[in-house]
Design a binder for this molecule. Structure first.
Ligand code: UDP
Ligand code: MG
Length: 155
């Protein structure tokens, strides 16, 4: 099982989409292993978006990500990183295909509703950035045997 980080961004919080987005992950069969609301700071965003600090739009990205509190989630399942990235869709919401979260709810490249970790390695780093270990819970819902074939549960 993998666990990945999802951030419900201010663009979704402003538009009252929190419940709907959480519900999409639950309905897919992913486990919400951790979830909390927090106000992001410039410090944590400079770390989280280190690959973008030199881009001309970075100050807009900072402002956008601090506009409201966000909801951070630890989302668990077999191949969760790839599954969640697939559900998230392309970075530019106008290009994200319908059926993805960005494709269904966004119109912007920046105000693109959710963040999702892009690799298992980054998921580990990003989860540690936003959660203390005791905030991520090790449980499996009762529906689990209906979601996976037994061998898949060893993945
Ligand atoms: N972003 C932006 N303009 C760009 C590229 C990215 O505003 O040209 C923002 C956008 O909110 C994106 C975030 O920076 O989600 C992180 O960019 P990344 O390339 O990591 O895309 P993601 O992994 O979120 O699809
Ligand atoms: Mg990224």
């Amino acid at each position: 099982m993998e666990t990945t980080l999802v951030i419900i961004k201010p663009s979704a919080v402003q538009r009252e989409l929190i419940g709907l987005i959480v519900n999409r992950f639950e309905k897919k069969g992913l486990v919400i292993a951790g979830m909390k609301m927090m106000q992001l700071t410039e410090e944590i965003l400079r770390e989280h978006y280190a690959h973008l600090v030199d881009r001309p739009f970075f100050h807009f990205l900072l402002k956008s990500m601090m506009a409201t509190p966000v909801v951070v989630m630890a989302v668990k399942g077999v191949n969760a990183v790839e599954v969640v990235r697939g559900m998230t869709g392309a970075t530019n919401s106008r290009k994200a295909v319908p059926g993805t979260i960005r494709g269904d709810y966004g119109m912007s490249g920046q105000e693109n509703i959710v963040h999702a970790s892009d690799s298992p390695e980054n998921a580990v780093i990003e989860l540690a950035r936003f959660f203390r270990p005791e905030e991520i819970f090790d449980y499996m819902p009762l529906v689990t045997p209906a979601l996976y074939e037994p061998d898949e549960l060893k993945m």
